[in-house]
Design a protein around this ligand. Structure first.
Ligand code: HEM
Length: 192
């Protein structure tokens, strides 16, 4: 197992530990129903994290970038019911982690957080991020979603320890005339 956070000469800091393919068998999703109730679904999932490399912005910000693809399947019927792509990005100079999320409902967001030096290793990290409408880290969504199923905020905590990963996230929605905390939590194991 690698002992530092440098991959191909680039320092990936606290996101180095993500690289690889992870599988989860016991996720729990809580989603809104039109009649005002909530639905709980257990799920399994695969998340593949791939090294992209470095990016330089405005000649002075250097970022280390990993892309990911998450596919989520309802355990009761095996159907895929969530698909998500985006990037995990590390800005070493400011100890900042960025997590972009794009989902095929017409919603995209960029969550951010800080992870201080000494708080992670090549194989472990605690990543806490958030985004909110109009906030420092923002949300973009289609006019339909803004008017009917608006994402107002998002927060996530992801923990990696060796070949184990867990996350808990809340997507704050305004839907069916009320506020709804749409939550997902899961535990995964690195398989390659
Ligand atoms: C493991 C992750 C997730 C799962 C399994 C999941 C699953 C679901 C399910 C089952 C619904 C109810 C509507 C339907 O049956 O399709 C739903 C609604 C919704 N989700 Fe997620 N979701 C996840 C993550 C997210 C994230 C990260 C966002 C936004 C950044 C998001 C945004 C929404 C929105 C806006 C709705 C309302 C759409 C509607 O019900 O009309 N979800 N999700």
């Amino acid at each position: 197992m690698s002992t530092d956070t440098i991959i191909d000469g680039l320092d990936f800091g606290p996101i180095a530990c993500l690289v690889g393919t992870w599988k989860g068998e016991k996720g729990m999703d809580v989603s809104p129903e039109e009649d005002g109730s909530k639905v709980e679904s257990t799920y399994n999932e695969t998340i593949v994290f791939t090294v992209v490399g470095d990016v330089t912005n405005a000649g002075k910000q250097t970022l280390a970038v990993i892309s990911y693809h998450q596919e989520v399947f309802r355990i009761s019927n095996g159907e895929k019911f969530h698909d998500q792509i985006g990037y995990w990005i590390w800005d070493k100079d400011t100890n900042t982690v960025m997590h972009s999320i794009s989902i095929p409902r017409g919603v995209t967001l960029l969550a951010g957080g800080t992870v201080n030096a000494g708080k992670f290793t090549a194989t472990s990290a605690l990543l806490k991020l958030e985004a909110s409408e109009g906030g420092e880290w923002g949300i973009a969504q289609s006019p339909f979603m803004r008017n009917n199923a608006k994402t107002t905020a998002y927060k996530m905590a992801m923990k990696v320890d060796g070949d184990k990963m867990s996350y808990a996230q809340t997507t704050y929605l305004d839907i069916y005339g009320r506020s709804f905390d749409h939550t997902d939590k899961s535990g995964l194991t690195k398989v390659s």
